[in-house]
Design a protein around this ligand. Structure first.
Ligand code: DGT
Ligand code: CA
Ligand code: CA
Ligand code: ZN
Length: 604
């Protein structure tokens, strides 16, 4: 059978049910990340199949190069320039072309005859790399996560080379996390798909408007499914057209007003047709959240009104008061229209009844990014490349925060390295080319005693310091909490980076007493980071609301390990808005002198 490679989703890559039923011709929505993922997976399969090191490494290198490539891979391929990507020769270029054209990975059949492709899914479990997956496959013929779970339950993993008690315990936790995220999708994966789907729908004849709703419109960090609304008079005609969209691989169910489909990304989407006159009522209803809608309806009822996806009605007599726009719907209920991000029933309705909405930070408020890495440690872009990207974004300043000395595995900076970096920063800042001002920072590691990498006299030389937890994820609550509390008492620790350490679907957060930590931040004037990486979004919305109540200030940072990752700021803004954060509370929404004045070291 033809092997169709489904573009990358964060943890579920291969939906075998989709693969076997994928219709031809397929027009996969590949991007650089999904091509990189396919190359990476192929490299892993080669390793498990016992191919030589040189061969499988060439696919990993190619994957890395595609990820680092700035141009859209489809444009590069159309221009016949794939071999201009460093590390990509004629053979891999032909593979990429084939993927882009047809979803077929040449040579895959031959490899999957030896190692089933489902073994790739095994490696999505945290703690299982190709080496361990190979042992599982060779020794116990474990080829799927179900097989793995069975072997685990039957106690058959013990005794395998490299599988100690600790590893086995980690695998059990990894399976659980894998399963929990495979039911949800990272916002950063879902939103581009929802936008594409809405765009394809808007182009259909008879469609007045199309947009996404549900948890995507509320910008929740993970979403259960993709909800799209279409305004059109002829529902059945639109539904028929939806079934034929290029992005659709399978129709799961289809009626006159709702069609559920599987898309080329392996993700399910629900498309609903609503009448254009009642667009606002439908949008309000299907944006949710369910909790927000329930509370809105209670308030309506108390006023003798009824709300549904068809409008606001008087209970007595049934007259319709509103339905065309969301503003009209909320106005009929005596409420201001609140931004979708806060519609979670955490106080927004009470505020709206008083005619108010929270004043939320926007992308336009951001003046800089204060967490970035370079090739000096584990970043993939140079200081100059980061600076150029920050200039493109119109930033006033950029914080350079490579890893500090103790993080040896990524080449943490020694004092000599720092002197060199500072010298280069001074040169760049003296250029006078209108580029962003580079601010000298560092990402310190918080050790088991709450200490950090350098002595005070070195810490004093930075413009600012971020301190983060990078190890000890299994530590008990008291111990992990104490590390953070002590670090916050350090007068040179201005910001706590990615405070809980979670990686959505991959790693649980540290077990922390967040109330104590946020109270300590308020007491010491320590700024808390909202790390904008789509897998982190840490602090989350709940913690941000706690922080806001206590007047704790927030830095929305991308922690970019590559210049293009500065664009992740978008996800940080979304989460900040869900946490009710306004520009006045955001460190990097302030002009440079004000930003500096907020740092703990300037306040002392
Ligand atoms: P998700 O998909 O789990 O990330 O979350 P949502 O919020 O997108 O939930 P979903 O897809 O089940 O429904 C989309 C919206 O439709 C939801 O936010 C509110 C509305 N809705 C759906 N079912 C109900 C319901 O039973 N009661 C109420 N009040 N609203 C509902
Ligand atoms: Ca949904
Ligand atoms: Ca839904
Ligand atoms: Zn970092």
């Amino acid at each position: 059978p033809r092997f169709v490679w489904v573009p990358r989703a964060p943890s579920v890559i291969i939906r075998r049910d989709v693969l076997s039923r994928a219709p031809e011709p397929l027009m996969p929505a590949y991007d650089n990340a999904s091509i990189a993922r396919a190359l990476d997976d192929f490299g892993d399969l080669l390793e498990i199949a016992g191919e030589d090191r040189y061969r499988f490494l060439s696919y990993h290198k190619a994957a890395h190069a595609v990820l680092a490539w700035d141009e859209d891979i489809m444009s590069t391929a159309l221009g016949g320039r794939l071999t201009e990507i460093p590390g990509i020769g004629a053979k891999i270029a032909a593979t990429i072309e084939s993927l882009l054209k047809s979803g077929v990975f040449p040579g895959m059949d031959e490899v999957t005859a030896r190692v089933p492709a489902s073994v790739v899914e095994l490696m999505r479990v945290q703690g299982l790399g190709p080496k361990k997956a190979k042992v599982l496959f060779d020794e116990l013929a474990i080829a799927t996560i179900d097989d793995l779970e069975e072997a685990l339950a039957g106690g058959r993993l013990g005794g395998l080379p490299g599988f100690g008690a600790k590893t086995i315990e980690n695998i059990a936790g990894g399976i659980e996390r894998y399963r929990s995220l495979s039911e949800r999708i990272l916002l950063a994966d879902a939103l581009p798909l929802a936008e594409k789907l809405a765009e394809e729908l808007r182009a259909l004849p008879g469609v007045v408007d199309a947009t996404y709703a549900g948890s995507i419109r509320r910008m929740k960090e993970t979403v259960g499914d993709i909800d799209v609304l279409v305004a059109a008079d002829d529902g059945p005609a639109v539904m028929a057209a939806v079934r034929e969209l290029p992005i659709v691989t399978e129709v799961i169910g289809s009626g006159e007003t709702k069609t559920s489909v599987m898309t080329t990304s392996g993700r399910q989407a629900d498309v609903r047709v609503v009448s254009p006159e009642c667009w606002g009522a439908a949008l309000q209803y299907f944006t949710g959240s369910a909790e927000h809608n329930v509370h809105v309806r209670e308030i309506a009822k108390a006023r003798g009104l009824k709300v549904s996806e068809y409008g606001v009605f008087r209970i007595e007599g049934g007259a319709r008061l509103a339905c065309a726009t969301e503003a009209e719907v909320y106005a009929a209920l005596g409420m201001a229209v609140m931004p979708p991000e806060v519609r979670e029933n955490t106080g927004e309705i009470e505020l709206a009844l008083g005619g108010q909405t929270p004043d939320l930070v926007t992308l336009a408020d951001i003046r800089g990014d204060l967490h970035s890495h370079t090739v000096a440690t584990d970043g993939r872009s140079t200081l100059e490349q980061n600076r150029a990207r920050a200039a493109e974004l119109g930033y006033e300043y950029l914080g350079c925060t490579d890893h500090a000395y103790e993080l040896r595995m990524v080449g943490g900076l020694s004092l000599d390295d720092l002197e060199r970096q500072w010298e280069r920063i001074d040169e760049l800042n003296a250029l006078g080319d209108g580029g962003p001002h580079l601010v000298k920072g560092i990402e310190l590691n918080i050790d088991d005693e709450g200490g950090v990498d350098y002595p005070p006299e070195v810490l004093a030389r930075f413009d600012f310091c971020i301190a983060s937890l990078h190890h000890g994820f299994a530590q008990p609550r008291e111990q992990a909490t104490r590390r953070l509390l002590l670090a916050m008492e350090n007068p040179y620790v201005d910001i706590i980076g990615h405070p809980t350490g979670r990686l959505l679907g991959r790693r649980d957060p540290f077990d922390l007493d967040m109330e104590a930590i946020i109270a300590k931040a308020a007491e010491t004037g320590t700024i808390m980071e909202l790390n904008a990486h789509p897998e982190r979004l840490d602090l989350n919305d709940v913690h941000l609301r706690m922080a806001r109540k206590l007047g704790v200030r927030i830095a929305i940072d991308t922690d970019a390990h590559e210049a293009r990752q500065f664009s992740h700021i978008r996800w940080g803004i979304a989460t900040a808005r869900r946490g009710w954060i306004g520009a006045g509370e955001v460190l990097n929404a302030q002009p440079l002198p004000v930003m500096r004045s907020w740092l703990k070291r300037s306040r002392a």
